[in-house]
Write a protein that binds this ligand. Structure first.
Ligand code: DGL
Length: 277
């Protein structure tokens, strides 16, 4: 096997602070069925969204070092908070392709809006970085961007309250000002949020397009792998584990959660000590 063929057969590394990144992994599985995935969820240290940029960069660096021990050929930062705060540092240090979820989400929203009023909901870290606004305005300087941090959404999702009056109540409070401004496009700027997409969609109303950056991120990954000649050309052989999952804590809870999000049942999640990396 040539070195290039060996590279093509390597897995994609995907990481998040916890379970949210599974919404991105799910889309990669759908659009790139030949690719193997090594997923890491930092379940011991979630949430990232309320932490400082320095801490998020430190955690992200450790995860990239761990994923490199798994011989990944590319990395997808399946967390908006880590994408917002750490993508620059990670791109500088790692000698492999890195994809974040923010750029693809901003691009999709600019293409979708008709009235140039775009809303962004995300964690405090992502909103604080101002990164969505920056990317959107780079592509369309006339766009009006209204950003709103929704810190309670992540714990509501993690607690499994996906269809619950409490989630309806909180979402109603967070989203009112976006409705009042008349946005027609809303970026789900946190990988946990697509899990409560139906609640968000119901409150925003039919006239508002919800953008889940996962779809465009998987397309971007495909484009990049093709460009670099790294796309796997065949389904991995029998006996090869297609998807592997690692977490920093509470593997059982993660596994149960993952099985409710992924159509493909996960066999097991292994706990590792991420502080060693
Ligand atoms: N999934 C993470 C994101 O996309 C948010 C969860 C967290 O705060 O750790 O930002």
């Amino acid at each position: 096997m040539s070195e290039q063929e060996e590279m093509r057969d390597r897995p994609i590394g995907v990481f998040d602070s916890g379970v949210g990144g599974l919404t991105v992994a799910r889309e990669i599985m759908r659009q790139l069925p030949n690719e193997r995935i090594v997923y890491f969820g930092d379940t011991a240290r979630v949430p990232y969204g309320s932490k400082s940029p320095e801490t998020i960069v430190k955690f992200s660096r450790q995860i990239v070092r761990f994923l490199q021990t798994q011989d990944v050929k590319a990395i997808v930062i399946a967390c908006n908070s880590a994408s917002s705060c750490a993508v620059g540092a990670l791109e500088q240090e790692a000698d492999l392709p890195i994809i974040d979820v923010v750029r693809p989400g901003a691009k999709t929203a600019v293409g979708a809006t008709k009235n140039n009023k775009i809303g962004v909901i995300a964690t405090e870290a992502t909103i604080g970085s101002g990164i969505y606004s920056r990317y959107i305005k780079e592509q369309d300087p006339d766009a009006m961007v209204l950003s709103k941090a929704c810190p309670l959404f992540v714990p509501l999702v993690e607690e499994g309250l996906w269809e619950d009056p409490v989630t309806d109540e909180i979402a109603g409070r967070y989203l009112t000002e976006l409705i009042d401004v008349g946005i027609d496009t809303l970026i789900l700027g946190c990988t946990h949020y697509p899990i409560i997409r139906s609640t968000i969609g119901r409150i925003m109303g039919e006239g508002v397009t919800l953008v889940n950056p996962a779809y465009e991120t998987a397309r971007e990954l495909k484009r990049l792998l093709q460009e670099k000649g790294l796309e796997s050309g065949h389904r991995p052989g029998l006996g090869t584990e297609l998807y592997r999952f690692f977490v920093s804590d509470a593997a059982d809870k993660f596994q149960k959660f993952a099985n409710s999000i992924l159509t493909y049942g996960i066999l097991s999640a292994k706990v590792i000590n991420i502080d060693e990396y």
